[in-house]
Design a protein around this ligand. Structure first.
Ligand code: NAG
Length: 191
């Protein structure tokens, strides 16, 4: 009995230490593993927020179908190593694994090997992100820092600050400008 209690105690501590939101794995949504291992060599110091420029999704099954479509396009048409973004966030408040924490993604030329891209499913020039979507993205970033995938000194930027795109859309960009570690002036990270 006592040893069972100790085990439960240890398990609870482990869960608290990682503090990560549930992440739907590539296996879960039917994605493929990257063709080649191209891993980050240490903690990453830039977080890029983007949007997928697709309709929004509010149901798990719809989100998964859309993500498989994005993967098909990235891998079959653009010949990326894997689905381009590191994570995707559905309007249902779920985080989906793309290239993930340790694989270098393909999303922002010149920055891929030093950044994690988190892409909100939808088009936020027109749509508004849901509260759950905002919350899960912030939890994911916190989880990245606590597990040392992200530097504690990471900088957060909008996709549009780095390349010619409206992504993540004006409605989402307005919101992320108030997030922790948002970087308005890029001179310190420019290539
Ligand atoms: C990223 O790639 C560039 C160009 O190949 C290289 O100069 C740079 O050192 C790389 N950065 C990291 C963090 O690996």
């Amino acid at each position: 009995m006592i040893s069972k209690l100790i085990l439960v105690g240890v398990a609870v501590q482990l869960v608290c230490a990682t503090a990560c939101p549930p992440i739907v794995s590539r296996d879960d949504w039917g994605g493929y593993d990257p063709f080649h291992d191209q891993k980050f060599s240490g903690p990453v110091d830039i977080v890029i927020i983007q949007h997928t420029d697709t309709p929004q999704c509010t149901r798990d099954s719809t989100c998964k179908t859309m993500i498989r479509g994005i993967e098909d396009y990235h891998v079959d048409t653009l010949f990326y190593n894997s689905i381009g973004m590191n994570f995707l966030i559905g309007g249902n408040g779920k985080a989906y694994e793309g290239a993930g924490w340790d694989q270098i993604g393909t999303h922002t030329q010149g920055y891929n090997n030093r950044s994690i891209a988190i892409s909100f499913i939808g088009n936020y020039e027109h749509d508004e992100p849901t509260d759950d979507q905002i919350k899960i993205a912030q939890e994911l970033i916190k989880c990245g820092v606590e597990n040392k995938y992200l530097s504690p000194y990471y900088r957060l930027v909008g996709h549009r600050q780095l390349i010619a795109t409206v992504s993540p859309g004006r409605n989402l960009y307005r919101i992320i400008r108030r997030w922790k570690n948002f970087l308005p002036d890029l001179s310190s990270i420019s290539n």
